[in-house]
Design a protein around this ligand. Structure first.
Ligand SMILES: C[S@@+](CC[C@H](N)C(=O)[O-])C[C@H]1O[C@@H](n2cnc3c(N)ncnc32)[C@H](O)[C@@H]1O
Length: 236
């Protein structure tokens, strides 16, 4: 298969997979992480708010899914969220309707071809999306293009913790237990096998930092969260 076909195949498979688990996605996120995922999104929004001071920045959430990160960022400023999976967006739109805070607007768009002019946003955020992109460099390039100069990029992604004893325990949970629970609750065979496999296949934090810097971002920092289960990448 050619590169474009492979990328298109991955994008389609990712969109279909999230479409099939969308109704159980929020429940499984919170259940499988013992609610720690809420804290990660909260930390992400706080870090960005602390960097920006009191300004009301224009925020873009790429791969917003069911809207949890966009809603978290609505404390900071008006948010536009985009995702290419309609069933995820529909759930997000319902949640946004009932929410308070700054305006949140969710729309259907591909993160690899963002429908925004250059330098439209002060902040671009993303949670657990990077490893799902069929072309990481293109996705990061689009994030940079729509970000104004000196704007802030904040991206959350999973990692494999390196701490010896905790790391071993976590790997047992992540590779053995989580896929069984995820498949049983979502009713979708294989969906939660993809999660640990995609994390394992994705660049480790130091390498991802280099990739982000190579796309034209400066001052790239990574902050491990919960002993390195997740990592917050911050760049300008
Ligand atoms: C693991 S979910 C994360 C959703 C949300 N950010 C969260 O924190 O729960 C990954 C999301 O990225 C979306 N996604 C993956 N590739 C995408 C692309 N090229 N364009 C837009 N959305 C994409 C998927 O449809 C899915 O909703």
């Amino acid at each position: 298969m050619q590169g474009d076909d492979l990328a298109g195949g991955k994008a389609r498979a990712v969109r279909e997979m999230f479409g099939s688990i969308a109704p159980r996605y929020d429940f499984l996120n919170h259940f499988l992480s013992a609610n720690i995922d809420r804290r990660w999104r909260h930390v992400c929004a706080n870090e960005v708010r602390d960097r920006l001071g009191d300004a009301q920045p224009r925020i873009l959430d790429v791969g917003c899914g069911t809207g949890d990160l966009a809603l978290e960022f609505s404390r900071v400023g008006p948010v536009t969220g985009c995702d290419f999976c309609y069933p995820m967006l529909e759930i997000g739109r319902r949640k946004v309707r009932d929410a308070s805070g700054n305006a949140v607007h969710l729309l259907a768009a591909d993160g690899l071809v963002l429908p925004f002019r250059n330098a439209t946003f002060d902040v671009v955020v993303s949670a657990f999306v990077l490893r799902n992109l069929s072309d990481l460099a293109k996705g990061l390039g689009e994030m940079r293009r729509v970000l104004r100069p000196k704007g802030v990029l904040a991206a959350l992604e999973f990692a494999i913790p390196r701490i010896r004893f905790f790391g071993a325990l976590y790997r047992f949970y992540f590779f053995r237990i989580l896929p069984l629970l995820g498949n049983a609750v979502s009713g979708v065979a294989g969906a939660y096998k993809y999660l640990p496999e995609s994390v394992l296949a994705f660049p480790a934090p130091d390498e991802l930092k280099e990739i982000i810097a190579g796309t034209g971002f400066t001052t790239v920092k990574c902050k491990p969260l919960s002993a390195g289960i997740a990592v917050l990448y911050l760049a300008q």
